[in-house]
Design a protein around this ligand. Structure first.
Ligand code: PEP
Ligand code: MG
Length: 597
């Protein structure tokens, strides 16, 4: 008997546009389960992957424990904190690690099963010891083992035993979880955490997966696996148990949007030129080489931001110089002579890599992130990356961009390192670029205010508005509760952007915007009017943004931008840009911009 449900509508944060209509796959991530995993056999070719999966789970658990320890340190006494030291000993235990590895490679057992069996062997050995204190440690061991097991079994789509495509519902998906989603099996996803500029949202846009974040927790209690759901990535709405009429309406909307996007794709060879002849460069933001296909598909000219950290986040080990060289060369070959901007490793913030960061920071967004991490914590990684980039530089139009810059010294230090590496390569008779353009990301208020001195030491600027908003407005970009304050048109943010553009012009260096607003048509008139040279965005947004630019008059956009800079509130500034959008390209305003944005 089919159940009779009425429609339930839930409002979240629109994070990645598109409609998904289908059945739910609930990815549960409860912690603490400690039951024997299924015994099965893996193939020999899967052994290496299984072992690295095991190490990633150990690293993830270690990081969580360090974090808990830090939290507790603030609230409890040293004795309680010591409990976690004992747990850390387990994550670092060489004997246990070796035994698990052997069981995986010799007996071809999956990592979770091998780990469970080895832990239980240890526990059995300890339980027969006469010392009560040691015996009691079995609870600690099982506690930490449950944590590790949870990571081992938490492959984002491992619970997807379905033949059809599904909408994923989860309390949380990390950027790595998101990157691991199989596009062919997933229609879209909705999670409780995150906001529009969190890296989970960024990845969803890159993967062209409709996504809604910031779903209220109580909504999850009303959903079951297999329930019918509509996910509206434009407005941030979820509609559970849609009526036949609602479903038909959304299917029509989805169809219309598809047709419209195809039409826009026909314009991909047209330049992004305003009616009065000002040309902008529209390029793509990518996270992996394969994304270049979509940049071509939507007519992007160059790569304005390659987030190289995803090379590190998804790899089982650190990519070495040769591996990186191959990746950069492949990108350059695919892009012919178009510019490719590679951002050096930007680890930290919400892009914590368990394998790289062996400590938990109390304030990761204000910690050793981006260029700080590379210069202070892992100069070896930076050296390898820069050597690979210098070598790749002779094969195309390659530029290097540094993330999270706050002072001139950071640029000078990197440039010194580049000179040293060039000398090194010269003595090793390895071909390399003699000049590699270096750019600074302007994503901290310090960098924006220091644009003058920075312009003297770099070849270009790229404004990272995701972080610039976060750091200027003191708004954690991953916190869904602060979404209402995530305002790129805040007068303080616009003053910094305008300053940066004015300085770049004065010093005759190009300036681009590569934060999320570059691919959001609501801000296109404003950014054009402010005078940026380039907009770099998720490839799928190239069509709509190009259409808007081609319908704008630069003279009008400049006037509007001047007016915007006088505004005292974000809402007023946004209204002016939106009005220009509606006047110039109403079809984009209607289809792309949700009514409640
Ligand atoms: C930004 O901060 O705007 C940016 C483009 O970098 P990311 O989103 O990767 O931090
Ligand atoms: Mg950033």
């Amino acid at each position: 008997m089919p159940e009779n449900h009425s429609e339930i509508i839930c409002q979240g944060i629109a994070a990645s546009s598109g409609y998904a209509i289908g059945r739910v796959c609930f990815v549960r991530q409860e912690e603490g389960f400690y039951i024997e995993p299924v015994d099965s056999t893996i193939s020999e070719s899967a052994v290496a992957d299984e072992i690295s999966h095991f190490h990633a789970a150990l690293d993830a658990a270690r990081n969580e424990i360090l974090h808990l320890q830090n939290e507790l340190r603030r609230k409890a006494d040293a004795h309680d904190v010591g409990i976690f030291d004992a747990q850390l000993l387990i994550t670092d235990d060489q004997l246990l690690t070796r035994e698990v590895e052997q069981m995986i490679s010799n007996q071809l057992k999956p990592a979770d099963y091998a780990f469970f069996k080895v832990v239980e062997k240890f526990v059995a050995a300890i339980s027969v010891m006469p010392d009560n204190y040691i015996k009691e440690r079995t609870a600690d061991i099982r506690d930490v083992a449950a944590r590790i097991l949870n990571h081992l079994q938490r492959r984002s789509d491992s619970s997807m035993d379905y033949d059809d495509q599904r909408i994923i519902l989860a309390h949380d998906l990390t950027p790595s979880d998101t990157a691991a989603l199989d596009r062919r099996r997933v229609l879209g996803f909705a999670v409780e955490t995150g906001s529009t500029t969190s890296h989970t949202a960024i990845l969803a846009r890159s993967m062209q997966l409709p996504a809604v974040l910031g779903i209220p927790g109580d909504f999850f209690e009303q959903v079951k696996d297999n329930d019918m759901l509509i996910l509206d990535g434009y407005s941030g709405k979820l509609i559970l148990h849609p009526t036949r009429e609602t479903e038909a309406e959304y299917r029509r909307k989805a169809e219309e949007t598809l047709i419209f996007f195809h039409k826009l794709a026909d314009e991909k060879r047209l330049s992004a030129e305003t009616c009065d002849g000002f040309v902008l460069q529209l390029s793509g933001n990518i996270e992996k080489v394969e994304d270049i296909e979509t940049v071509h598909e939507f007519g992007g000219v160059g790569i304005g931001l390659f987030r190289s950290e995803y090379m590190f986040l998804n790899a089982s080990g650190l990519p070495n110089e040769e591996e990186q060289l191959d990746i950069y060369c492949e990108m350059l070959a695919k892009m012919k002579n178009e510019p490719v901007v590679v951002r050096t490793l930007d680890i930290g913030g919400d892009k914590l890599d368990q394998a790289l960061q062996r400590y938990a920071e109390p304030n990761p967004f204000l910690g050793l992130r981006g260029i700080r991490f590379c210069l202070r914590e892992r100069p070896d990684i930076l050296r390898t990356q820069l050597r690979a980039l210098l070598r790749a530089g002779i094969f195309g139009n390659l530029k290097v961009m540094l993330p999270m810059v706050t002072c001139v010294e950071e640029i000078i230090e990197v440039k010194k390192l580049i000179s040293q590496l060039q000398e090194e390569l010269h003595y090793e008779h390895i071909e390399h670029a003699l000049h590699l353009p270096i750019g600074a990301m302007i994503e901290t208020p310090a960098a924006a205010l220091l644009a003058g001195p920075l312009a003297k030491v770099v070849d270009f600027f790229s404004i990272g508005t995701n972080d610039l908003v976060q750091y200027t407005l003191a708004v954690d970009r991953t916190n869904e509760r602060l979404n209402y304050l995530d305002m790129p048109t805040h007068p303080a943010v616009l003053t910094l952007i305008a300053n940066c553009i004015a300085v770049a012009r004065k010093h005759n260096i190009p300036v681009s915007v590569c934060g999320q607003i570059a691919g959001d048509p609501r801000f296109t008139p404003l950014l054009v009017g402010l005078g940026v040279n380039e907009l770099s965005m998720p490839p799928a947004m190239l069509g709509p943004v190009r259409r808007v630019i081609r319908k704008l008059q630069m003279a009008d956009a400049e006037l509007a931008a001047m007016e915007v800079l006088e505004c005292e509130t974000s809402a007023k500034a946004l209204e002016i840009s939106m009005k220009m959008l509606r006047d110039a390209a109403p079809e984009i305003a209607e289809l792309i911009v949700p009514e409640n944005k």
